[in-house]
Design a protein around this ligand. Sequence first.
Ligand SMILES: Cc1cc2nc3c(=O)[nH]c(=O)nc-3n(C[C@H](O)[C@H](O)[C@H](O)COP(=O)(O)OP(=O)(O)OC[C@H]3O[C@@H](n4cnc5c(N)ncnc54)[C@H](O)[C@@H]3O)c2cc1C
Length: 492
Amino acid sequence: MDDILLKNYIKDIDNITCDYLVVGSGAGGSVAAYELSKKKKDVVLIEEGNHYPINFFKGSIAKSFQNAWRYSGVTPIIGKPSFGFGEGMCLGGGTYVNGGLIWRTPDIILDEWEKKLNTDIYNKSNLNPFFSKIEEKLNVKLEKDENNYNKDSELLNNLAKKNNIKCVTVPRAVINCKRHNKCTTGCVSEAKQSTLQSYIYPAANSGLRILTKARAEKIILQNKNPYKLKVKINNKNIYIKFNKIILACGPIQTPLLIKKSFGNSCLKSKMQVHLNLRFNIIFKEKLNSNFGTIFTRQITEYLSKGILFCSANFDKSYLFSGLNSIDKYKVNELLEKMDYLATYVMQVRASSEVKINNFYSHPLLIYSLNDYDFNNIKKYLFLFSKFLFDIGAKKIYMPFNNNYLAENLDDVKKVMGKIKKSDIDAVSVHGMSSARMASNNKNKDFFDVNGKSFLHDNLFCVDSSILPTNTIESPQGTIMAFAHSIMDRLIK
Ligand SMILES: Cc1cc2nc3c(=O)[nH]c(=O)nc-3n(C[C@H](O)[C@H](O)[C@H](O)COP(=O)(O)OP(=O)(O)OC[C@H]3O[C@@H](n4cnc5c(N)ncnc54)[C@H](O)[C@@H]3O)c2cc1C
């Protein structure tokens, strides 16, 4: 297959110099590369992963995990509980493998940040023009109600009506989604609008120079100022000289690169996450959940408590990856009942933070769930189990390591009294705020409110690391709006 970026790849890798060097090509890095290229700046984008057209993996989850995700799909986080973190590692970063849900930042979060940062740069009226631009470029539309697809989301809507709670239609970046339910492999039908198609390809048309399969290893100083980047490409070290460097390696790799470059003590890197707890459910009625898109409805009634509820991409492989402690009789029952199954997710804005340590140049990630989060999780697990039994759940595999099976609310009550923090079976694909911006560097924060390093005038960051806290809703829209806002001031 011809690679449409062939003309943009840098051929002579030994003497690269540029005015702006963007490191990482996900939600944040794509915006930086696009805005700079559009203004005809001399810009180079480097990316550790490879370039794959959006339908490259033809729906193969195994091939996508192996090639387009970091550590073949799971970055381990160790603690109570231990859980897996998922990150894209390819051109387009997380936006290549994600669900394409593009939310504006909730008002309560923007109000919290305005006070915390002591500036109105990121208030609603200042960010809204950037959100409008992003929504236009990514073709973000509210999902439609359908007759035969997304019955799992429809059930959620019925549940909300019955209980008089708030349930909204979700905004997604897709053109003609064919409901293959394989968002995490890129997108089989090329419907999903990742930043690869909507930002990087247009930037390439404006002359962006690109290096893929190139890992940034260390920022090197001259006269105390960053001036070149050590990069590993094909097992060889090269150096790229720049005037300004813009970091966008994602919430784990950006703080790691900072620590590797300037020492471990220069940054208190604690990442905030959203935890996803999965309910795998056998319903009384047929749902055919694999005919659908990621989801079309979300319960937002408990948003101020940091809790969201929705269905999820459903596929045999996704189901069994979340159910690893069940015996062969239960496996057989699930295989027979596949059309009656659905997976729902409770997303939690956790206040407990992941510690990011630099362990011989690799991230060592440690977690300890606090009592507040634990009690919140138990409270809402119980509430949603009740709702699910009310709308026709026959059996619920609860999100605990032993895949506890509840057949009624008494079973749920029993297990709630017994579970420990380490029993919780969670995953996360939303990490952020690990090199958070701050109004001053009294607390050893690294970046100011313009995404500029407090230590170096030519070092910036535009990815999820700089967000002041976690966002409750999925973060891509917020990350991109912040990146646009920062680039606007940087270019001016
Ligand atoms: C399965 C999944 C589903 C998701 N669904 C949604 C969703 O529907 N909506 C939403 O809003 N969010 C979603 N997210 C989260 C969202 O995709 C991320 O929050 C977002 O992409 C993070 O943006 P970023 O710019 O910080 O980093 P990333 O998008 O992760 O980009 C970082 C890039 O930098 C590269 N990189 C890292 N280190 C180096 C290095 N040393 N040298 C060179 N390159 C490097 C990486 O390979 C990567 O491509 C999902 C994530 C996943 C994994």
